[in-house]
Design a protein around this ligand. Structure first.
Ligand code: FES
Length: 45
């Protein structure tokens, strides 16, 4: 959930609406090619 911490830097908030109820993994490393979802790119950092 956005808490406004991105204000004052180059990051922007992204909207996401779940289409179905099931587990989802959101990217927290900011390197995913399928934002806002994790695509495993964090494993190469
Ligand atoms: S957490 Fe960013 S790609 Fe997995």
């Amino acid at each position: 959930m956005c808490d406004g911490s991105h204000k004052g830097n180059t990051f922007t908030a992204m909207n996401y609406t779940a289409d179905v109820m099931h587990d989802k993994w959101f990217c927290a490393c900011k390197h995913s090619g399928t934002k806002p979802m994790c695509d495993g790119s964090h494993k190469k950092l």
